[in-house]
Design a protein around this ligand. Structure first.
Ligand code: ATR
Length: 281
């Protein structure tokens, strides 16, 4: 039961029904017996400014933002944290005590925490990383990898000019490798990440021969439905360490939960199972 002092947060999206965030935050609210709620908020693009401005009026602690609001929100918050500015998107809004709105982005944090917990032996500085894709997820992951010190970051994308633009904006440690050269692009990396939608249920697999991938290279897919994509299966079968994509989703929720409800929540096997059940078609 909620008291009159309950802390309220939620997720704004359009549509918002597909968002897993209510399940994620709902699990933690229950586990920590917090007097609070986290609700889906269907907000159309035309209403985003008004909806965000209403948060302090309604006493909300903050919100997550999902499609299509992450970029547009940059202009509606009072302060944008550096990491969100670099990623060019806000996924978490925190209402300050004075009613102003701070926008941040927790995807880079979620990505790195997932690698740290899933593959503790991986060292960013030990070699180049290759990222497949050049969309919003690739950008957040690129920012994260540069921040933790990868010596070289390679982007491989079907549409070359999107990778060129991303690499140019992220700086000198970035390179672009043609889609047709993708199998040689992985020859000397110590991390391979798929950020494309290839491998998702209903999509074709990422067609990539791993023959040249070093045996110790970590492979991560941000696709989490299915949990084990064809890429992760192939990597695991040849003995490479692998980390699935669900952990990024879970860990990216932590900073918002902590800011709104006061506890840095734990990512546990029980939580993973709850989300896996939720993802079952
Ligand atoms: P997000 O913001 O979630 O990262 P996005 O901007 O739609 O999503 O990016 C999707 C990524 O998947 C892109 O890198 C896209 O490649 P293009 O830039 O060439 O479109 C990639 N992608 C999607 N379908 C693909 C396919 N059939 N083959 C290769 N890449 C594909």
């Amino acid at each position: 039961m909620l008291s009159g002092k309950a802390r309220i947060a939620g997720v704004m999206g359009w549509p918002v029904g597909h968002s897993r965030s209510p399940r994620l935050h709902g699990y933690w609210l229950e586990r920590y017996r917090i007097d609070g709620a986290y609700i889906p908020l269907p907000v159309s693009p035309a209403s985003l400014g008004q909806a965000l401005a209403a948060l302090p009026v309604l006493g909300f602690a903050g919100v997550n933002l999902t499609l299509p609001h992450k970029e547009a929100a940059l202009k509606y918050v009072d302060r944008v944290e550096d990491v969100a500015a670099r990623i060019g998107a806000v996924n978490t809004v925190i209402v300050q005590p004075d009613g102003s709105l701070v926008g941040t982005n927790t995807d880079a944090f979620g990505f790195i925490e997932n690698l740290k917990t899933g593959a503790p032996a991986w060292k960013a500085a030990a070699g180049p990383a290759v990222v497949f894709g050049a969309g919003g997820a690739a950008r957040a992951i690129g920012v994260a990898l540069l921040e933790v010190g990868v010596p070289e970051l390679r982007f491989v994308n079907r549409t070359r000019n999107r990778a060129d633009a991303l690499a140019a904006s992220l700086g000198v440690r970035c390179r672009v490798i043609a889609w047709s050269d993708r199998e040689s692009a992985i020859a000397d990396v110590n991390l391979l990440v798929n950020t494309t939608s290839l491998g998702m249920a209903g999509q074709p697999a990422l067609a990539l021969d791993l023959a040249l991938l070093p045996p110790g290279a970590l492979v991560n897919d941000i696709v989490y439905a299915p949990l084990e994509t064809a890429l992760l299966l192939a990597a695991r079968q040849r003995g490479n360490p692998v980390v699935d994509g669900l952990g990024m989703l879970l860990h990216q929720g932590r900073p918002g939960f902590k800011a709104w409800f006061g506890i840095d929540p734990e990512v546990t096997e029980g939580l993973r199972q709850a989300l896996v059940e939720d993802l079952r078609p």
